[in-house]
Structure formats: C-alpha cells, structure tokens
Design a protein around this ligand. Structure first.
Ligand code: ADP
Length: 350
C-alpha cells in the first residue's frame, strides 16, 4: 500500500520545482491503513501558490485508488523542526497543533473525551501525544494503563529530556507521574506548576501532528500559567447538557477569547448527551436535558463537534486502561466524527 501511495504521489509534479512530490522531498509523512490514509506534505516555501492545488490533486488521486479509505492530505510550510513561535516559550520537538481540552467543571468527562479523541486521531493515522495537565486529578495514566510509569531522563544535545510513556501508539506525559494522589493540595499546586513547566518544555515528544492537552477543570490561574507556557492552537470545551454545566461552557469560551489569551475555540463536545439501555437500543433517555451544549455553542458562534451518550464501555474502558474508542466500534465512530470535524476546523485556521 505504501509503495502504491508513493508511486501515486510520485506522479504529481510541482510546476515550479519541476520535480515530483517524492523526489522533490515534499512528502514528510505517510500513515496508511485500509480505513484511513493521511499524508503530510511539507512545502519548503511559505505560501506556496501551488500548495492548495497539489493538496487537492493528491487527495483526488489517492481517493480514486483507495475509495474505501478516508483520505486526508495535510500541508505544512517552511523548514521542518520549526514551529510557529509560541507566545512565550517553546515546547520540544516538532508539533503541528496543540489542542487543549477544557471544561467549566469537573466530572463532565473532560479527561475521557481527551483520551478518546487522542485515540480517534491516532486511528485516523495522525501522530498523537497526550499531555495530562489536570493537576487536581490526573487520570490519563489509568485510562491508558500506564500507571506507575517512572519517566526516564535522556540527554539530547546536552539537554535533559523526559521520555514520555507510550500506549496504543500515543505518547503520554502526565503530571500524575510526578505527584502522589496523597500530596496535599496546596503543596501539590506549587509543585505541579514547576513540574508542568518541565513537562511542557522537556518532554521528548518527537514529531507529532497533534498534542492533546488535558487541562484541569474550571477557569483559573493554573490555566493561565499553562497557556502562558504552552502555545495552544485551539481549545475543545466539554460539557454535559445540564444547565449548570452549560453555563460553565460560556465561562470557558470567555476565558479562551480573553484578549490576553486569544485561543480559538475549535468546538464544543456534549458528553453524556443521553442514555440508552442495552435492552432498549432504540430508546434515548435525556437524563440531563437535551441539546444544551449545542445551543450554547450556536449562541456563541462556536462549532459544535458532536455528542457522546452515556455508554458503559466508556466508563469501563477508562477504568481498564483502554479508552473505549479503541475497543467499541460505536464509540470509535462517534469519536471519529468529532475528530474529523476538529481536524477540519483546526487546519482551516491555519
Ligand atoms: P472529568 O475529567 O471531567 O473530571 P472524567 O473524564 O474523569 O471527567 O469522567 C468522570 C467519570 O465519568 C469517569 O468515571 C468516566 O469513566 C465516566 N464517563 C465519562 N464520560 C462517559 C460516558 N460518555 N459514558 C459513560 N461514562 C462516562
């Protein structure tokens, strides 16, 4: 499959370089499975006038040859290893997009959504990292079955880097690797901020298409300090349909829109949207009300990315160290649709 893809890409000529995409070195990354083909093209010149045309041409050609696969061609510009300058600091490695997952309040499933979104993006063929910054309840190690992981340090060019855990092809770094659940909250706050800084700047991520950052719940100082350290490209806000939770979505949107923050909100996910009992698969019970998060997204002009019902496998997957989108096809489908929309909005924003 890889060879066919390369052959196809090798048939597309860049008119100005007078070379095909492969020999011209424009193909940075190919991720291919029966279900999804994701190609990253890198154009050395920024604002290459042929980029869009070539992207469309490649997508069309690949789609014709692999009609069953979901084809996506991503375009990067400029020399590799160069991220757009963050507001204040850099992260290590070559990360295309950093997406923060936030929620107005705890318990709405923010961490679960972050984990499943990471899995869905990875299944689409992207290289994904997950940064668990939820200092109040880091749950990613448990969700990915890497609890107790002790990060190693590795020297690269004289700098100490921290090696992330890896599960299901996703690189995972969690504040939970550095603090104990029994640490007092006050102490934890101070320690956590320092540990966060190290995690942000010293993790050996390597090249990633997406880094998903699981923020702590709420909108507070800790968010500002994380956002100040890490250049976040877009935010996803998770809510349940409950009125109290929906009201907090507004606060989340306002936080990201604040002039000192200015991070585009890529969308809202409504979690626990309804409940369907196994024995009545056609029935939907709207335990927390109906469509509240969708409505508030519309009111605030923020994309609505999708809804996820209450499903036993989601809860069990989280407890068993394997997010449900990796094991339950229904859940995978819901999250794939959310991931698709997210990729669409984030890439459109450049
Ligand atoms: P938060 O990060 O917002 O505090 P979590 O992601 O830790 O919330 O989720 C809280 C609990 O709800 C967890 O036990 C999780 O497994 C469960 N949960 C989250 N979303 C769902 C869902 N759609 N269906 C069933 N259980 C869910």
């Amino acid at each position: 499959m890889q060879t066919t893809i390369e052959k196809l890409l090798g048939s597309i000529i860049h008119p100005e370089l007078e070379q095909d995409l492969v020999s011209g070195g424009l193909v940075e990354h190919i991720a291919a499975s029966e279900a999804a083909i994701t190609i990253t093209l890198r154009f050395p010149k920024t604002r290459d006038p042929f980029a869009v045309k070539i992207k469309n041409q490649a997508e069309q050609l690949l789609q014709e040859h692999f009609p069953a696969a979901k084809v996506l061609v991503m375009v990067k510009e400029g020399a590799a290893q160069k991220r757009p300058e963050p507001k204040q600091h850099t992260t290590t490695g070559d990360i295309t997009k950093v997406i923060a997952v936030a929620s107005g309040k705890g318990g709405v499933g923010k961490s679960t959504v972050a984990a499943n979104l990471a899995v869905a993006l990875s299944l689409l063929g992207f290289r994904v990292g997950l940064l668990d910054a939820d200092i109040y309840g880091p749950s990613q190690p448990k969700m990915f079955g890497v609890e107790g992981y002790l990060p190693d340090a590795e020297q690269v060019d004289g700098v100490d880097l921290i090696v992330p855990a890896e599960s299901m092809g996703i690189k995972i770094m969690s504040i939970g690797f550095f603090i104990r659940p029994t640490d007092a909250l006050l102490w934890r706050g101070a320690m956590a901020v320092n540990a966060m800084k190290q995690m942000i700047h010293q993790t050996k991520w390597g090249a990633l298409d997406f880094l998903i950052c699981d923020l702590p719940p709420g909108t507070g100082d800790i968010h500002l300090s994380i956002i100040g350290e890490l250049k976040v490209d877009a935010a996803v806000i998770v809510s349940t349909p409950q009125q109290v939770a929906v009201a907090d979505v507004v606060r989340g949107v306002e936080m990201f829109r604040n002039e000192k923050v200015m991070i585009p909100v890529a969308g809202v996910v409504e979690n626990m949207a309804w409940f369907t009992p196994e024995e009545l698969p056609e029935n939907r019970y709207y335990l927390f009300g109906k469509g509240g998060a969708r409505k508030v997204a519309e009111e605030y002009g923020v994309p609505f990315l999708g809804e996820i019902p209450i499903v036993q496998s989601i809860m069990e997957g989280g407890d068993a160290g394997q997010p449900a989108s990796a094991i339950d096809p229904r859940v995978e489908e819901w999250y794939r649709s959310i991931a698709d929309k997210l990729v669409g909005t984030v890439m459109k924003n450049g």
